[in-house]
Design a protein around this ligand. Structure first.
Ligand code: AMP
Ligand code: MG
Length: 320
């Protein structure tokens, strides 16, 4: 079905919610910019977001929720985190918190990190969509990677074409500025991205100074800034076509049947979307097999393959 702009009336919001539940991508307005959303628990749907955006790497996505009740079963909310949600939710403040082991949110949403970014948007259409879909929606800004964020439905259509199955038209967005991203993972809150909620108003609510990312090396926790950020314990050997019997094997497509310690095929049929959805869980499982080395068979670099290979190259990078 071609991506099409539809009026955000009751009937189309209901249809969009149904489509989210069925694994499709739906673009919708928020008070900041338009988001390109999918069911956050559906790994393949999340993979299609990365494909649609043409992102060369897996940056973690913001999970949109209806409110705190939905958020606390995804991440761990400290007293400070709760105070911030009381003051600013629904609204343009995204909180990065430790991810709960029990969440069914796809680990592709967190790009394999032990943290998750969550916010409750304050826009009647986004809120109604979240309510009717009745599940968290992973949604980055609805634009091609590297392009400016879309503030009108027409911009989404021009930028993403048919990649969004449906675009709910809510007119121009109010802020046009992205949400503020605040990490509550460490001892002190760290501003990861300035945005629609000012750092001063946040400091007033929590009565504490907020550190800014980049001020100190240890605050460089934004994904992609550390080369071996995602490294598993095992060493990775890329483009392997053969392996020793004590090595683990991460395969893609048709894989030779040499003996090995453990093996997982990301997608026996050679489907990059399926492979992306399985990537982080597979890496973790092979890491836990105790093998010294994980041999990774060649993975094509087209489409989502670029982000998959980027992730594997980071994991293979020498550690400090
Ligand atoms: P966008 O995809 O345009 O909505 O931007 C999302 C922002 O949230 C990016 O700056 C991401 O790096 C940031 N973000 C999302 N999840 C996390 C996380 N777990 N840790 C740190 N930053 C995150
Ligand atoms: Mg963006």
């Amino acid at each position: 079905m071609p991506g099409r702009i539809v009026p955000a009336n009751d009937a189309w919001i209901a249809e969009a919610a149904q489509m989210i539940r069925a694994g499709a991508l739906v673009a919708f307005p928020t008070e900041t910019v338009y988001g390109l959303g999918s069911d956050a628990a559906n790994g393949e749907a999340v993979a299609r977001i990365f494909e649609a955006k043409g992102r060369p790497s897996f940056n973690p996505l913001i999970v949109h929720v209806a409110g705190l009740e939905q958020a606390v079963i995804i991440g761990s909310f400290s007293a400070t985190a709760r105070r911030l949600t009381e003051a600013f939710w629904p609204g343009p403040l995204t909180l990065v918190v430790p991810r709960l082991e029990t969440t069914d949110v796809s680990d592709l949403v967190s790009a394999g990190l032990p943290t998750v970014a969550i916010r409750a948007p304050d826009h009647p259409i986004a809120r109604e969509l979240l309510k009717q879909a009745n599940r968290p929606i992973a949604a980055p800004s609805a634009n091609r990677s590297g392009h400016v964020s879309a503030t009108r439905a027409e911009h989404v259509a021009a930028d993403l074409g048919d990649n969004a199955t449906l675009i709910l038209n809510g007119g121009p967005t109010a802020h046009g500025l992205e949400s503020t991203v605040l990490s509550l993972v460490g001892d002190t809150p760290v501003l990861l991205r300035p945005g629609a909620v000012s750092i001063e108003t946040i400091e007033q609510v929590i009565g504490e100074k907020i550190a800014r990312a980049n001020e100190k090396g240890e605050h460089l926790t934004s994904p992609g800034q550390l080369r071996s950020h995602y490294a598993p314990h095992s060493k990775l050997r890329l483009n392997a076509t053969t392996w020793k019997s004590d090595e683990a094997v991460l395969g893609f497509g048709k894989v030779a049947k040499h003996p090995c310690r453990a093996s997982i095929n990301l997608s026996p049929s050679g489907d990059l979307i399926e492979a992306a959805a399985n990537l982080f869980a597979a890496l973790r499982a092979l890491d836990e097999s105790g093998a010294d080395t994980i041999a990774v068979t060649p993975i094509p670099t087209a489409g989502l393959g670029e982000a998959i290979n980027d992730r594997l190259e980071r994991a293979a990078a020498p550690r400090d």
